[in-house]
Design a protein around this ligand. Sequence first.
Ligand code: 2NE
Length: 270
Amino acid sequence: YPWQTLKDYKEILFQQYNGIARISINRPEKHNAFTPLTVQEMSEAMELARQNPEIGVIILSGEGGRAFCSGGDQSVRGHGGYIGEDTVPRLNVLDLQMQIRRIPKPVVAMVAGWAIGGGHVLHVVCDLTVAADNARFGQTGPNVGSFDGGFGASYLARIVGQKKAREIWYLCDQYDAQDALQMGLVNKVVPLELLEETTVAWCQKILEKSPMALRMLKSAFNAELDGQAGIQELAGNATLLYYLTEEAKEGKNAFLEKRKPDFSKYPKFP
Ligand code: 2NE
């Protein structure tokens, strides 16, 4: 596909094609482990994709065909987090997880090879996952002195069930693409050579759908799980829809025109 670069980064690629943005970790020599800079760049790209009216869907991937992402780069893990050039320890991947969940456009994980540790959690929080037949999934936290008790535990358990989620975390086993399909952890498995084609075809199908309906659905799926924050997100979309009505505009116009609003002509639905 003729992907066009949207912005140059050091540790990721940020491209677009036909309404699809693609954010891809570009550290194949480390199986696409992330540093604070990788995450900062992904975060900025995700925000740019959110603000770009041309973009309707985002693909998250890893370069090289051998790994989606192997989690936090253990060689820069220091006292209290992952350490970047500014010497400050961070766990900024948690903010990226929130961004993926809150962006009102579907995010599709395109997984070839390893999706491990914090890299596994990144695909878990995506709306959909298309996997290549060489994909391998798993958590490693308890092996390397780490854990993700947020979406990495509770949302994973919503997807695969409590018993399986506990197995995944307590045993730190690795699961192949068919295992993942069977437990509902991925949506589709295809041969590696068809991964991009299939993922782009799924995205194009999504792009034909009503963006407002997709937006409402994403926030509705989140609302059921995210408590007050989930309701806030769904309610924000309700406000957006209300602002599009003449009834809401009458309120604003009356204020600006220093008159009493006349809502009498608007229906009082049963
Ligand atoms: C992914 C896995 C199982 C692959 O094994 P293999 O044998 O196919 O590859 P290899 O040789 O281990 O990896 C290739 C190169 O990538 C580096 C390796 O050190 C190796 O480098 P060289 O020896 O060739 O120089 N590499 C791979 N993953 C890395 C990583 N995460 N950090 C730094 N370098 C890495 C195997 O590579 C593996 O088990 N990787 C580690 C997975 C892991 O434990 N990730 C961190 C989990 S914790 C986390 O991500 C996290 C969290 O729990 C909570 C919040 C935020 C993050």
